[in-house]
Design a protein around this ligand. Structure first.
Ligand code: COA
Length: 565
């Protein structure tokens, strides 16, 4: 079938659906929901058999849903209606929830149901639930609905009852620091994360707060800012304290809390952790090391997978330290939602907002990423494993490829390319790491086509080494078991010797420094050159500017010479 994905953005759910539908032989094209007339035009050009809307922020025009079957993905159970479905589910502390695929009609979320799938809720942010449980359930339900549609004789049913839940307002989300306990504060911030955040104040200044973490030992007067640790601020509640990782001040962008309130935080005491070992009790810890059965696990939980200069430097320090441990296998599980999305575009943008140079900050950040990648590539005493349980994009994919082995959870989307960010050339030694795995032609195609890859697709191309099924906990258990087998392998010393030899051979053929210099010559032009595309693209990305057109590599129906098959 010809299936048009009509969406607000090409987000990870849309990417996943596009890949799954293509894998099943459908011709898929994408159109961003820009205006009614643009949607009408896309429908006329592509003449889809079916329209699927994974992520919309407005209603589909009647001119389109009256002519085509349009299936809407609603992140709520059958009968649930309204724009804040997940927010209300988290707010109510629900243990089970669902995703419904229903047909667009005049009444919002009121159409007949084509398919639904249930999901188990977990204490997590809305965005995290969306990226894992909701995406999985939505994929199941959409594929089922598409099959029903293809069968031709399926009659979708209207739910026996339905309930409209209004947009969740900030008044409902508001935190009362003199009344709310830590669990309530965490739940309120989780229900609003990554968007819209909770309207609050810090240092008596208005802001939206995001990215909250529990603290188990430090205490203080309710509402008081007690401490800072790297990017996060600790604020006391009536029964403990919570860390606030990110804030958005009026007129600014979402930033690490200690950066957004740099001046105010200057006098706040630091509560640094003594070392890289995972703390015994829950607290905010972005880099955490664990060992089990002679295997090292270096976790890095960076919000949105974005890695600033300092985060790269700290992670490199942690890696250098972990490499000295008496282990034979070192696993890098990254973070829960993202393994890494490369350099920190918001922190880079902040440099220009505060009168500094975004080009300089970009340069420092990519150099720090490269130093980190180099440290990983040149590990000699351990077999290194990038265990990708959450999505990865751009430089984050190549940082993972710097490990000896890359194991990916089925369901993860990988975007191993840079050009979407204003034609950025990219670094992280990708010119060394990618072709040696997939060959020159495939490397060029990956970079040029700019398409997301599923875990299976990446494995088929030879970009990764394993694809493991299951949710994140099952994935982590499987990774630990596979790492244990690796560590126990009798030929492990032989494997380490072979890796050292192969690295020496590669270095003799062309030194890593040469790859880096060539890449950085391109990056220098991207950052400091005449063409401002990267700076413009980054600005729009962090400001979340509305799209004004759908890129050609997504909208097949807008390719030059497109004709209906
Ligand atoms: N720096 C700062 N923030 C980033 C980021 C980065 N490198 N990559 C993603 N984010 C943020 C997004 O702005 C968004 O923020 P929000 O919490 O305010 O919503 C959040 O992470 C999730 O991103 P989103 O695009 O919704 O996730 P996705 O899984 O649907 O898409 C990508 C993933 C990787 C395709 C997309 O985020 C992307 O293109 N990122 C930029 C990658 C890049 O160019 N890096 C620089 C070159 S190395």
């Amino acid at each position: 079938m010809r299936i048009l994905l009509l969406t607000h953005a090409f987000n990870s759910l849309t990417q996943r659906l596009a890949a799954e539908l293509r894998q099943r032989g459908h011709l898929v094209s994408v159109e961003f929901d820009i205006s009614d007339s643009v949607t009408e035009e896309a429908a006329a050009l592509f003449a889809p058999d079916l329209i699927v809307a994974p992520y919309l922020r407005r209603a589909i025009p009647e001119s389109v849903w009256s002519r085509h079957v349009c299936l809407i993905v609603h992140p709520g159970v059958v009968g649930d209606r309204g724009p804040s479905a997940l927010d209300w589910a988290i707010d109510a502390g629900r243990r089970d929830w669902g995703v419904t695929v229903l047909q667009a009609e005049a009444e919002m979320d009121g159409g007949p149901v084509w398919a639904s799938a249930s999901l188990a809720m977990r204490p997590a942010t809305k965005a995290s639930l969306y990226r894992h449980e909701v995406t999985q359930a939505a994929t199941t339900a959409v594929l089922q609905a598409v099959e029903c549609f293809a069968a031709g004789n399926f009659v979708p049913q209207r739910p026996s009852s339905s309930q409209w839940q209004p947009l969740m307002k900030q008044a409902h989300r508001a935190i009362d620091w003199q009344q709310d306990d830590s669990a309530t504060v965490l739940r309120k911030i989780d229900a609003a994360d990554g968007f819209p955040g909770v309207v609050d104040t810090l240092f008596d200044q208005p802001c939206h707060v995001f990215d909250a973490w529990p603290e188990s030992t430090l205490r203080g007067a309710p509402g008081e800012v007690l401490a800072q640790r790297e990017t996060a601020l600790l604020r006391a509640t009536i029964d403990g304290a919570v860390w606030i990782g990110h804030v958005k001040r009026p007129g600014s962008i979402k930033l690490p809390a200690t950066l957004a309130f740099a001046e105010e935080a200057a006098v706040v005491p630091h509560a640094l952790l003594p070392d890289w070992w995972r703390a015994a009790a829950p607290t905010w810890q972005d880099i955490a090391y664990e060992e089990s059965g002679g295997i090292g696990f270096l976790h890095f939980e960076f919000y949105n997978g974005a890695m600033s200069t300092r985060q790269c430097e700290r992670l490199r320090d942690a890696l250098v330290w972990a490499k000295q441990r008496p282990t034979r296998v070192l696993v890098l599980p990254g973070g829960l939602d993202f393994w890494s999305n490369g350099i920190h575009l918001n922190v880079i943008e902040a440099a220009s907002l505060s009168g500094g140079s975004a080009a300089d900050e970009s340069w420092h950040n990519i150099n720090a990423m490269n130093d980190l990648a180099l440290e990983l590539i040149t590990t000699t005493q351990q077999i290194t494993v990038a265990a990708i349980g959450g999505n990865a994009g751009a430089g984050g994919c190549f940082l993972a490829r710097a490990a000896d082995l890359v194991w990916v959870r089925d369901g993860v989307m990988l975007n191993p390319h840079y050009k979407n960010m204003g034609n950025l050339y990219g670094s992280e030694y990708w010119t060394y790491l990618l072709p040696r795995r997939v060959g020159q032609n495939a490397a060029q195609a990956i970079m040029h086509n700019r398409q997301p890859l599923t875990a299976h697709g990446a494995l088929q191309l030879g970009l990764t080494d394993a694809c493991l099924s299951g949710d994140v906990s099952a994935f982590r258990a499987d990774v630990a078991a596979m790492a244990a087998r690796l560590a126990a392998a009798p030929d492990l010393p032989g494997q380490l010797a072979a890796k050292t030899k192969s690295r020496a051979r590669d270095e003799a053929a062309k030194p890593l420094a040469a790859y880096r210099n060539e890449e950085m010559a391109h990056m220098h032009r991207n950052f400091y050159g005449f063409d401002p595309s990267y700076h413009v693209a980054r600005h729009h990305f962090v400001q979340k500017s509305l799209a004004s057109w759908t890129p050609r590599h997504l909208a097949r129906h807008r390719e030059l010479g497109w004709k209906l098959p």
